[in-house]
Design a protein around this ligand. Structure first.
Ligand code: AHR
Length: 319
């Protein structure tokens, strides 16, 4: 909030810092509501958007909602009041946006969804979504597991799932993609799904509870992000198991720390989810300001990194 007020004052006095077409006129004024700072992924996403805004001479009003939907709604209202050219936001959960998005529509300000989706009627109030295909990420995680079970000759596989934030798009879609894919294989059983909220501390807590409850009955941990995986790994070791050997570990994101641990053999598979959405966001925002049409859904290309491959060539991840 303080950050926004300072920025508004600065804008009023000096014009936007991001460059100007004519005196005191920014090329484009973009309001972006980030949902929080829960993970290395999220921090990398924020940094990428800031860097791409600067490179495109976009004046960015960035607000961090600290994991609270009401803060995101308040930020969007401030962007409307300030008459930004385009609003972008990463909704923490899918429901609850109808009113504020109707207000943006009535103000004639186009809204871009970044990273996560909204559901129901609110969808029609947005122009497009720039973000990962989370369903496909769940499918790729499960396909890896099916191949791994074949290669190890496993007859029965007990899976525990540590999910991301309840009712968020990545949580819903990753789970759906994973479940739909393993449903075809009678060896696979999900013995429990627990909510780890995409946080490292919750990943550790969930893992402790799961180990107490199931111990060595756990064959696989499917964790919806690297942060929770990195929280869970020390708990597995403390309980006397070797992650990556006694238990198959599957993660999503592909941040540097998780890739390093994958190379050490303590994670078996990491499905990539790139936070680098800033370039597409700026490109799309300029098109919308110019009144051009844009694709309804823009998914980045994503890879799978696993112990099936030579991992030595993976370059620095940048998040
Ligand atoms: O919405 C993307 C997810 O949110 C990432 O997988 C996770 O790390 C982040 O917190």
């Amino acid at each position: 909030m303080i950050c926004l007020i300072c920025m508004m004052a600065a804008l009023a006095v000096t014009g936007c810092s991001g460059g100007a077409d004519s005196q005191n006129e920014p090329k484009l004024l973009l309001g972006f509501s980030q949902l929080g700072s829960e993970s290395a992924w999220r921090i990398g996403n924020t940094r990428d958007i800031e860097e791409e805004a600067a490179a495109s001479e976009v004046s960015l009003m960035l607000e961090n909602a600290n994991q609270k939907q009401e803060n995101q709604i308040a930020a969007i209202r401030r962007f409307i009041a300030y008459k930004v050219d385009v609003i972008a936001f990463s909704p923490i959960v899918e429901e609850g946006w109808d009113n504020v998005l109707t207000e943006a529509k009535n103000a004639g300000i186009p809204v871009i969804l970044v990273d996560r989706d909204v559901s129901g009627a609110a969808k029609e109030l947005t122009t497009c979504l720039i973000g990962a295909d989370f369903y496909q990420e769940g499918v790729m995680a499960a396909e890896y597991l099916l191949r791994k079970a074949d290669s190890l000759g496993l007859e029965h596989v007990n899976i525990v799932e540590i999910t991301g934030t309840e009712d968020s798009t990545p949580m819903r879609q990753r789970q759906a993609g994973f479940m739909d894919t393993i449903a075809q294989d009678s060896r696979m059983t999900v013995i429990e799904s627990v909510n780890g909220d995409f946080l490292k501390s919750r990943g550790a807590e969930c893992m402790r509870e799961l180990l107490q409850k199931y111990g060595d009955r756990i064959d696989v941990i499917f964790s919806h992000n690297d942060e929770m995986t990195l929280g869970a790994l020390p708990e597995i070791e403390k309980a006397g198991y070797i992650p990556g050997k006694d238990m198959i570990i599957i993660s999503i994101d592909g941040g540097q720390e998780a890739i390093d641990v994958l190379k050490e053999g303590k994670i078996n598979c990491v499905v990539e989810c790139t936070p680098k959405l800033g370039h597409k966001l700026m490109e799309t925002a300029f098109k919308l300001k110019a009144g051009e049409s844009v694709d309804k859904v823009i998914h980045p290309e994503e890879l799978v990194f696993s112990d099936e491959q030579d991992l030595t060539g993976i370059g620095p991840r940048g998040y």
